[in-house]
Design a protein around this ligand. Structure first.
Ligand code: ATP
Ligand code: MG
Length: 550
């Protein structure tokens, strides 16, 4: 695996210190998604951080599903997450599920009760919230706080047996209702949920809360550095309390980093789920979504995503990141990898009147001018070709170097053509152009007789392959705002544009995920879901140019 060389990575410094002081023998990290949705570009930051840091120090990383909320979780998400992690190029040391530790977590909770550190509380969720106090006011102690150890043990085991309804009782840590840290005011450790869990079925009806389950999962797996996003900073004292009071032999440490924030891109799973459920998009892998499956389908490469994350580095403070930076990295990655071919997205028919009818010829074309290793291909030339509608103007402005009546341009890889006549239908719409070509000007022939300023792309009508092109814009205008309802009203009506055109015949056999740079249009990738033996669909990954510089 590549070395991590982030511009700034304070977590790396911490790990480095722990390794050199001997406090950490082997670095163990984990990536802990909840299987309640698909992974997105924000998760990629956590993935890269956990996997790359451990690898750099010769350690290992577990993939741990934090599956403690049966109501929201599903096997579909487990499979999708595994696929995405592998696709990014990471291999986990162990595949773990928090639900595998339910028995041990339950026993540790009994230990807390025996130590007088936890109690069963009958207050409703609402009452618990109301009595929690505020930042300036202490909370109130629960009337159930001083139940005896025997009673607590009995009630907790009856909670587990299913004797109580959801919400009737919870298990709470007994810490300090006056703590300045609200998370330490007798937090709930277990709740009752009569729900079928995607892995443990109906075995359990009490489920551990995140703040209890997470540190225990880390400790059980021997995680040394537990990395999470900054909003958990105030939970760290509770994390340490759980590890200590549950008498775990391993002592993982939690470190927080700033989440990835892209101002115009919605990454909250809850909102993404809403887009999927309300069919604003065509599934979790819609190429407009910043999910890893959406980015993959759009044509992003794992390398581009990882290089992007590496460039960002890891800081403690939340910084907005320009999404054009992600685009920059995919362009950089595809620049030398993708063959440069020709596609006409909005075709205009051109007849080359002095090219003999029935004649065709194969022209040699290099696949990537910057990377000779990609070799060459043959492109068919014939009397009738398609060019881009945009490459012709009836009344061009000054400095328009493409086709207009009387102008001459170079056809990429072929000849100079001159526009002689514009053919229109009864409504005055242009139906085709009549042009002439100059056989002396063949590309590669060394012709120097005269120069033309414009080069345009084209495909031969005789063997062009029909293709669909999907062009994307941002899904939501200003995706940063809260309020899901308002978000749905801000969906960009132009987020998906579909046009029908042609590609060169060499692309007839393009496979899902094959990537090309189409002359002047940008990078495209074959859609894996819509493409079939008789339909070829390309997603535009990204246009060619951006004003963004890293
Ligand atoms: P969301 O906020 O989108 O619902 P989540 O945090 O609930 O995501 P989890 O499945 O709990 O999703 O996340 C798994 C890991 O990914 C956690 O360690 C979490 O901190 C991290 N993570 C989630 N979002 C981001 C982000 N935007 N940047 C960096 N790390 C993130
Ligand atoms: Mg979460």
């Amino acid at each position: 695996m590549d070395k991590v060389s982030t511009p700034s990575n304070f977590i790396k410094n911490i790990i480095s210190r722990d390794v050199s002081s001997g406090q950490t023998a082997q670095v163990v990290t984990r990536f802990p998604p909840e299987p309640n949705g698909y992974l997105h570009i924000g998760h990629a930051k956590s993935l890269c951080l956990n996997f790359e840091l451990a690898a750099e120090f010769g350690g290992r990383t577990n993939l741990r599903f934090d599956d403690t909320n049966p109501l929201k979780e599903d096997e579909e998400y487990v499979r999708a997450i595994e696929e995405d992690v592998r696709w990014l190029g990471f291999e986990w040391a162990s595949l773990c599920f928090a639900s595998d530790y339910f028995e041990e977590m339950y026993e540790r909770a009994r230990l807390l009760i025996q130590k007088g550190r936890a109690y069963v509380c009958d207050l409703s969720a609402e009452r618990i919230r109301e009595t929690r106090g505020t930042l300036t006011e202490a909370g109130q102690e629960s009337p159930f706080r001083n139940r005896s150890i025997e009673e607590n043990l009995d009630l907790f085991s009856r909670m587990k047996k299913g004797e109580y309804a959801d919400g009737a009782k919870v298990l709470r840590a007994k810490i300090d209702m006056a703590s300045p840290n609200l998370n330490m005011r007798d937090p709930v450790l277990y709740r009752i949920a009569h729900a079928t869990h995607h892995r443990t079925g109906d075995t359990w009806c009490v489920y551990p809360m995140y703040d209890y389950a997470h540190p225990l999962g880390d400790a059980i797996e021997g995680v040394t550095h537990s990395l999470c996003t900054i909003e958990f900073e105030d939970h760290r004292p509770l994390y340490d309390w759980v590890v200590r009071e549950c008498e775990m032999s391993n002592r993982p440490r939690q470190y927080e980093f700033a989440p990835l924030n892209l101002p115009n891109i919605v990454t909250s799973k809850r909102k993404l789920k809403q887009f999927v459920n309300e069919r604003v998009v065509d599934g979790w892998d819609d190429p407009r979504l910043p999910t890893l499956s959406g980015l993959r389908r759009r044509g992003y490469t794992p390398e581009a995503i990882r290089n992007f994350q590496r460039e960002l580095g890891v800081a403690k403070s939340t910084g907005m990141v320009d999404e054009r930076m992600l685009e920059h990295f995919v362009r950089e990655d595809l620049k030398l990898k993708a063959p440069r071919t020709m596609a006409v997205l909005r075709p205009l028919r051109v007849v080359i009147t002095n090219y003999p009818e029935g004649q065709t010829e194969w022209l040699e074309a290099e696949n990537n001018a910057e990377n000779p290793e990609l070799g060459t291909r043959s492109v068919l030339f014939s009397r009738v070709i398609y060019i881009e509608q945009d490459d012709f103007m009836d009344n061009p402005p000054p400095k328009y170097f493409r086709l207009y009546p009387g102008s001459e341009v170079r056809l990429k890889h072929a000849y100079f053509i001159r526009c002689e006549e514009v053919v229109r239908d009864a409504d005055g719409q242009i139906t085709e152009l009549l042009c002439t070509y100059d056989p002396e000007t063949k590309s590669g022939s060394g012709f120097t007789g005269r120069k033309v300023k414009g080069t345009i792309h084209w495909v031969s009508a005789s063997d062009a392959v029909a293709a669909e092109f999907r062009l994307y814009e941002q899904l939501v205008k200003d995706g940063s705002d809260d309020g899901a309802g308002a978000m749905l009203e801000r969906i960009n009506p132009n987020s998906l544009k579909i046009v029908q055109g042609f590609v060169e015949s060499t692309m007839k056999r393009a496979e899902p995920y094959d990537k090309f740079q189409f002359f002047r249009h940008g990078y495209f990738s074959v859609d894996p879901r819509l493409t079939s033996p008789d339909r070829l669909v390309f997603n535009r990954v990204v246009a060619l140019k951006s004003s963004f510089e890293v």
